[in-house]
Design a protein around this ligand. Sequence first.
Ligand SMILES: Nc1ncnc2c1ncn2[C@@H]1O[C@H](COP(=O)(O)OP(=O)(O)O)[C@@H](O)[C@H]1O
Ligand SMILES: [Mg+2]
Length: 258
Amino acid sequence: MAKRIDVKDLNLYYGKFHAVDQVSLAVPPHSVTAFIGPSGCGKSTVLRSLNRMHEVIPGARAEGKVLLDGEDIYASTIDPVSVRRTIGMVFQRPNPFPTMSIRDNVVAGLKLAGERDKRKLDEVAERALRGANLWAEVKDRLNRPGGGLSGGQQQRLCIARAIAVRPDVLLMDEPCSALDPISTLAIEDLIGELKKDYTIVIVTHNMQQAARVSDQTAFFNLAGVGQPGRLVEIDETERIFSNPGQKATEDYISGRFG
Ligand SMILES: Nc1ncnc2c1ncn2[C@@H]1O[C@H](COP(=O)(O)OP(=O)(O)O)[C@@H](O)[C@H]1O
Ligand SMILES: [Mg+2]
């Protein structure tokens, strides 16, 4: 299997607290991987470790390897800022800059990197907004504030902002949890389209969503209170939801706990 991301023996800590124990998993290019499991089992922590957002938290540290196209993103020669450009993140609550225009929200990263050419910025804004399925809804109001959009539109604006810098990988942490069902479906459709160009890892507490959007599913669990989270199994989504290898997975997906 070709591997865009290859996680090897990853252990994650918050100070002395061992939050995630010994995770190994691989993510093929142009696929969607879903992380599922009960609250507190470390899904967000693992996700944030994939683009070095974990270490931004004071006291937090990672041990083990995360390879992106064969290269360890935790190597001492690697600049975490460039990692976060290549591996973008979309958060649980849409977080556009509310008073900034829709257009400037999309190109904020490029402007920060020093791009000033207005035509280039306009081109990128249009491409990213089309890519996020938002162009038709906002093309006549690009100079209006991002905060004036609906929640679902704001989340697509954040996806446009993430893809404007042309990442290889998109990480999404429960991107639909603050959205209504219609907006949720719009984001799910979008994820299906985005995987042509990107590799996607999504945390979701919604198992139907995992079943609908992902190619492979990773089930994380906790052995008990105060114990670290661990990866129980990762397999093709169809198999996880029809015939999982572990009893704990079966119990979880059939609603017996969590
Ligand atoms: N910033 C933090 N500081 C300290 N502990 C944290 C922090 N974020 C998460 N944790 C702890 O790490 C464990 C895993 O949390 P998290 O990754 O958020 O789980 P999930 O996303 O699966 O609900 C939990 O015990 C949680 O309390
Ligand atoms: Mg979480």
